[in-house]
Design a protein around this ligand. Structure first.
Ligand code: TAP
Length: 462
């Protein structure tokens, strides 16, 4: 890593903070609209050649990028861990996923085929054409992993990319740009512009030469971007917020469900779009479940992200911690709480609450922090009704030993990514995304490629 630390700011700068220590890691110049324009111009110029690179050669280059990420995995993970405050074990897993995502989509260029459709008087052929310049706007919670979910399929399909990482966590994206160049990706094919969302992000959304926006972040900003992108009829994929349900039926393996619940909501300090932040428990087993959950929460290891035994790090900023703390209001009762360091660092102990009123904010809103809300239910219908009573529809889990019920409930839930007897949501080979206000479009799996290609139909009269 060629990261310089303690560099004096020049003009507008981004101060990159370690949330576990509150120390400045580095200061970077903050990109402005003209930097966004330059990046788009580079991407546009290189699109002409990148789209015509033979599919097999594009595959080789993507494979090399994945291998280069793997070769730098330890350094990248340490940087991600330090900048985002995530446990080093988690960061290593995420960087491994970045490498594997490039390897997975390296298989795509040679498989992007169309159809031939015989019609009266001739034949139609379909082609999956690249769109042009794709702009990705990404959040701070899984900085490089989420970036790779867009960069790899977009490049595989023959697009060029401009990535705007969150200014809180731009470091690994900048490293990826350098790593990709070293791996042989031609200049201008993948460009990173680190600057403010309201400046660089909006410029990319407005830019006439950007064909497509993939935005991952809050639902509020996603709505603004969607409206703005409509002015130029840009293609838009939105990966937004969530308020996912973890439904535990009385016939579940209660110990397994309770053992898995803490990491499903406190993983990444709860700063996870698919956090199972509403735990719905069938009333007859509520007390037993809460006892098991409380034991798990009390034993969570919260502390130094660089310690390999740490399970949860700090929150991203002091402001975000205040927002999370505001959910512990008169409408909630704390039923279990773990421990966290005193500070410095933006620490918040893992906390389990029950609501005192149906209108409790902790039940309805995305907290994006380590607070789980436990709610009782009576029977399958009520579980489904509570789980669907949200503007979001990203993910969720169903714990039961009854296979028919598992499938019945999964079909009834209004969410894009569900797991049975597991809290796992994200796999490179399977589609990931949300219903309702959790977004439009899908990341990962073969389906993601549809969101980075335009379908062209050519008729030949015979
Ligand atoms: P946001 O505040 O929405 O920021 C996300 C990105 O958008 C950042 O790069 C931000 O830039 C940029 N941005 C902000 N305002 C913008 C504007 N007016 N125009 C264009 N870009 C703009 O979200 P966040 O706080 O970073 O992330 C947390 C949210 O992301 C949560 O709601 C979480 O659920 C969601 N999320 C969803 C998913 C999926 S896959 N569904 C995955 C992760 C996170 P700056 O911050 O640099 O200014």
């Amino acid at each position: 890593m060629r990261l310089e630390t303690g560099v004096a700011p020049v003009g507008d700068s981004i101060e990159v903070i370690d949330p576990a220590t509150e120390q400045v890691i580095t200061r970077l110049p903050s990109a402005g609209p003209e930097d966004a324009d330059r990046a788009v111009a580079r991407a546009k110029a290189s699109f002409k050649t990148w789209r015509d690179v033979a599919a097999g050669d594009r595959a080789t280059l993507l494979r090399r990028v994945g291998a280069a990420v793997e070769a730098h995995a330890t350094d990248l993970a340490r940087l991600e861990s330090r900048n985002a405050g995530k446990p080093i074990g988690d960061a290593l897993g995420e960087i491994g996923m970045v490498a594997a995502t490039f390897a997975y989509y390296a298989g795509a260029p040679e498989r992007l085929t169309g159809k031939t459709i015989p019609v009266p008087g001739g034949v139609n052929m379909t082609f999956k054409e690249p769109m042009g310049v794709v702009a990705l706007i990404t959040p701070w919670n899984f900085p490089l992993a989420i970036a790779s979910w867009g960069v790899a399929p977009a490049l595989a399909a023959g697009n060029t990319v401009v990535l705007k990482p969150a200014q809180l966590t731009p470091l690994t994206a900048l490293e990826l740009e350098r790593t990709a160049l070293e791996a042989g990706l031609p200049e201008g094919v993948f460009n990173v512009v680190a600057g403010q969302g309201s400046v660089v992000g909006e410029r990319l959304v407005d830019h006439p030469d950007v064909a497509k926006i993939t935005f991952t972040g809050s639902t509020a900003v996603g709505k603004r971007i969607s409206a703005r992108a409509a002015r130029t009829v840009k293609r838009v994929t939105l990966e937004l917020g969530g308020k996912s349900a973890n439904i535990v039926f009385a016939d579940a393996d209660l110990e397994r469900a309770a053992a898995a619940a803490p990491s499903a909501v406190f993983g990444n300090a709860g700063q996870d779009c698919c956090a199972r932040s509403r735990i719905l428990v069938e009333r007859s087993v509520m007390d037993d479940f809460l006892d098991l959950l409380s034991t798990g929460v009390a034993s969570m290891r919260v502390g130094d992200p660089m310690d390999e035994t740490t399970e949860m790090g700090p929150l991203i900023t002091a402001e975000h911690r205040s927002k999370v703390a505001s959910f512990l209001d008169d409408d909630t009762t704390v039923v279990a709480r773990g421990t966290a360091p005193e500070g410095p660092g933006f620490w918040f102990a893992p906390t389990v609450v029950t609501p005192n009123s149906p209108g409790a904010r902790a039940v309805a809103e995305e907290i994006f922090g380590p607070i789980a809300c436990v709610l009782p239910f009576d029977g399958e219908d009520e579980a489904i009704s509570i789980a669907n009573d949200t503007i979001y529809g990203l993910s969720g889990s169903i714990w039961t030993e009854n296979g028919a019920r598992a499938l019945r409930v999964a079909r009834a839930l209004e969410a894009g990514t569900l797991s049975v007897n597991s809290n796992w949501s994200v796999r490179i080979a399977t589609p990931y995304g949300g219903f309702k206000q959790s977004g439009t479009g899908r990341a990962l799996g073969p389906d993601a490629l549809d969101y980075y290609t335009e379908l062209k139909n050519v008729y030949i009269a015979t």
